[in-house]
Design a protein around this ligand. Structure first.
Ligand SMILES: NC(=O)c1ccc[n+]([C@@H]2O[C@H](COP(=O)([O-])OP(=O)(O)OC[C@H]3O[C@@H](n4cnc5c(N)ncnc54)[C@H](OP(=O)(O)O)[C@@H]3O)[C@@H](O)[C@H]2O)c1
Length: 191
């Protein structure tokens, strides 16, 4: 069975974005969890998909231009992810979205379809977010691994990654590694 691995950038107080709806402390939205070589599919929620599609389309089309969330030109790792994302199937969980711009994007209506995707042959699957989708996937027992990059700040107001998680879950720490700028990379197995 393919593993489903969630990767998320959070503050020390567990916020994935500030009150304005962005995490302005994150300088680049590259895949920094070491996943790219082991995955061949991405899953994400309908809430974040339109912004995700807009952000990475902009980098695919104009890799030298500043991008709207960070306000800076994309980093080499962001350009690499933009290219990988363009050729990799994406599955978007939503009951309301009716179309996606990217040809390799499939709209998925029910969690059962993600469980079926895990049973298909292939490499692992990357759960990109957002908060509600990650919480509902964890509650449904679909997430095998959680990789967090914890930023060295208390964000205060904002959206907490686990705000809508319904039940307690034990985690098994598999790796902890300090990164530049006081960040910490954490990898947990979910039982
Ligand atoms: N810090 C980070 O690393 C990081 C990573 C990713 C995203 N983000 C941020 O997270 C924010 C988005 O998070 P969000 O919580 O607002 O939205 P979200 O998780 O992206 O999407 C929620 C939507 O997904 C669908 N959905 C989720 N679980 C479902 C289920 N079990 N069954 C059926 N449909 C389900 C529903 O869509 P319908 O209403 O259409 O049915 C729901 O409204 C964005 O602002 C993004 O920037 C941050």
């Amino acid at each position: 069975m393919r593993k489903l691995i969630a990767g998320m950038k959070i503050s020390v107080d567990g916020k994935m974005e500030g009150p304005e709806g962005t995490a302005d402390w994150v300088e680049a939205w590259s895949e920094d969890y070491g996943l790219t070589s082991q995955i061949d599919a991405c899953v994400l929620g309908g809430g974040m998909y339109p912004g995700y599609e807009r952000y990475w389309t902009a980098i695919q089309n104009e890799p030298d231009a500043p991008v709207w969330i960070t306000g800076s030109a994309p980093t080499p790792a962001e350009i690499e992810w933009a290219r990988f994302a363009a050729r990799t199937p994406h599955y978007v969980l939503s009951s309301t979205l009716s179309s996606a711009l990217w040809p390799k994007t499939t709209l998925v209506r029910k969690l059962d379809e993600i469980a079926a995707l895990k049973r298909q042959p292939g490499k692992d699957i990357y759960l990109i977010g957002g908060a509600r989708t990650t919480a509902s996937f964890i509650d449904a027992g679909l997430v095998d691994e959680l990789r967090l990059i914890v930023y060295a700040l208390i964000a205060g107001d904002g959206k907490a990654l686990f705000a809508t998680t319904q039940r307690r879950r034990g985690l098994e720490l598999r790796k902890a590694q300090p990164l530049a700028d006081g960040r910490l990379s954490l990898s947990y197995g979910i039982g």
